[in-house]
Design a binder for this molecule. Structure first.
Ligand SMILES: O=C(O)CCC(=O)C(=O)O
Ligand SMILES: [Fe+2]
Length: 216
């Protein structure tokens, strides 16, 4: 229990929004970090996302399966060098279905085909947004590695309160689907230096697994 005053149990933040602390053990976290390092390499590797009205996201990103850019998906790095996006490995789909099954207590057969890997250095954050570029209402599966962050989970109507802030730590799972699928959410800050030392990661990685609802 890591000397916690209050144990971190699985918790529903809203209908369909479930936080499962410590879902990945250290070995699984290490495997994912190793995979992320390989995915981050060019071609179609880690990049800075430029927003349509100028400005850049502070989080750097690499995509698997489908390339996300503001605001849509393509099979190539359409807003960059045009290289083909890296493939989405089938084992990540299995991991996503296992996550949904455990978070919701039901079987999952959803065809996961997108991974967005976000890298947060010490100063990085992500503003409140909705994951609304997919054509499927399958739940989004989010895995956290490295530094702890403050994850803000809001409502489906507005970018403003009510919201709930929750700490996502290395190994935590967060799933949002059903009535929460289009809720606003973001990462106001990370807590630099809180990553488990055994992971060998400086900063925070977040992997979101999604179903595109797009053909082939
Ligand atoms: O880093 C996180 O925990 C959230 C990432 C996110 O919301 C996204 O990639 O759309
Ligand atoms: Fe998101």
């Amino acid at each position: 229990m890591n000397g916690e005053l209050f144990p971190r149990g699985s918790m529903d933040l809203a209908t369909g929004a479930v936080h499962v602390p410590d879902w990945l053990d250290l070995a699984a976290q290490r495997e994912l970090v190793t995979a992320c390092r390989a995915w981050a390499r060019p071609p179609a590797g880690l990049r800075t996302v430029r927003m349509p009205h100028g400005g850049e996201m502070s989080v750097r990103q690499v995509c698997l399966g489908w390339h996300w850019f503001p605001y849509g998906y393509a099979r190539t790095v359409a807003d960059g060098g045009g290289e083909p996006v890296k493939p989405f490995p089938p084992w990540l789909g299995d991991l996503a279905r296992k996550a949904v099954a455990e978070a919701y207590g039901r079987a999952s057969t959803e065809p996961y085909d997108i991974a967005l890997v976000n890298f947060y250095d010490a100063g990085a954050s992500m503003g409140l947004h909705r994951d609304s570029d997919e054509w499927s209402d399958a739940p989004v599966v989010s895995l956290s590695l490295g530094d702890t962050c403050v994850f803000r989970f809001g409502n489906t109507e507005t970018r403003t309160r009510p919201w709930t802030d929750v700490e996502l730590r290395s190994g935590d799972l967060f799933v949002f689907g059903g009535p929460s699928r289009l809720a606003y959410h973001g990462v106001p800050r990370t807590r630099p230096g809180t990553a488990p030392p055994e992971l060998g990661l400086t900063g925070r990685l977040n992997i979101t697994l999604r179903v595109s609802g797009l053909d082939g």
